[in-house]
Design a protein around this ligand. Sequence first.
Ligand code: DCP
Ligand code: MG
Length: 413
Amino acid sequence: MCPKLDPVPVPPGAAAASGPPEAVARRIVHLDMDAFFASCELSKYPELRGRAMVVGGRRAAHQPRLREDGTREFSLLRDYVGRGVLTTATYEARTFGVHSGMPTMKAARLAPEAVLLPVDFDLYRSYSRRFKDAVRSVAPVVEEIGIDEVYADVSALDADAHGIAVRLKAAVREATGLTCSVGIAPNKLLAKLCSDLQKPDGITVVTMADLPTRIWPLPAARINGIGPKASAKLAELGIATIGEVAARDEVWLVERFGRSYGRWLHRVSHGVDDRPVVTWSEPVSMSRETTFERNLHAVRDRAELGEVFTRLCEQVSADLQRKGYVARTIGIKLRFEDFRTVTRDLTLPEPIADAKALRRTAGTCLKRVDLARTIRLLGVRASALERADGAVSEPERQLAIDFEAGPGPSRPD
Ligand code: DCP
Ligand code: MG
């Protein structure tokens, strides 16, 4: 394990959260694991190294089979039939145009010889814990933002940015055997943008002086918070890159995107972001959803639908209990055969986490939906979370999403 770097003296309390006065330059890391689920799988099946491989679905039929001679037989994408989507792909598979979120059948047309593996979330969670602990062994302030990424505030470390990145990568590699990509910049926004610039196994250090050359040429949609709606509107206005957003003045953006989002666009396009790195944040909601192999009908497939519904409630309940939360609002999400999506929720007088209570409440929500059409997707969500030990949860800090959060499909967790 890498030794901790000696921090330079900091005022009391400064290590709990970053965000020193603006005059003090900060140094923020964004670290993101490379092809995370696929890389975890490679540690189980090292013979697949160098081969195109994708991860998706849960089918037992796609588990590798041990042959008599001790070698393993893997499923290939070309044999896949179904409606699943990929969680990720190795960089070898990406050369065929395959990527996260792509329907598996489409990926099969692009890379028929690629190996297909089912997901193994327990394995990914265990690697996630290990790499995050490794980052904490080097950096004093770490914020977990997803299963395979973290921010760290390394302003207090007495070493150059590149040296810190090398140490972080070495610690992660030693703990997991996996590679990651690191961006170091004066704030979270720029760190996240630049960790992606030299993937995989990259180190990218960006300063404010690099904004015109490194950041402005990037597509505006690369900024976390510029989603499909805002991108489409920017495109209508003839704006494709971050630099083209930055070239417009604030008033022009506010006139077209509203006060809050317009101002935010102006700030982020100039690389401004004062959000601190927080060591811990409360989740807003917990949800589970599933897309069926074939569309199910509320009456004709009642038993199967009921089983899946109960399992989703049990999973949400287990998630809540494992993480120590109770929820006051329980909701459901349905996507019909025509891709129309509806949600319903119910807020209870007392918070719950128990699977049976969750199932009962979600069932009440389901009764409020017209179930004439067949269903593609079913989801269950618990929100208005409170800590089971009585502490009140705070909304998670978010980037400005006012513009995106308007009418339209609900945002994923
Ligand atoms: N993931 C998923 N569905 C998606 C996107 C991602 O299930 N649509 C999962 C699988 C990924 C993990 O989250 O391995 C991390 O997501 P990333 O976007 O960081 O993608 P990768 O780590 O796979 O690749 P990269 O090297 O581009 O970071
Ligand atoms: Mg990743």
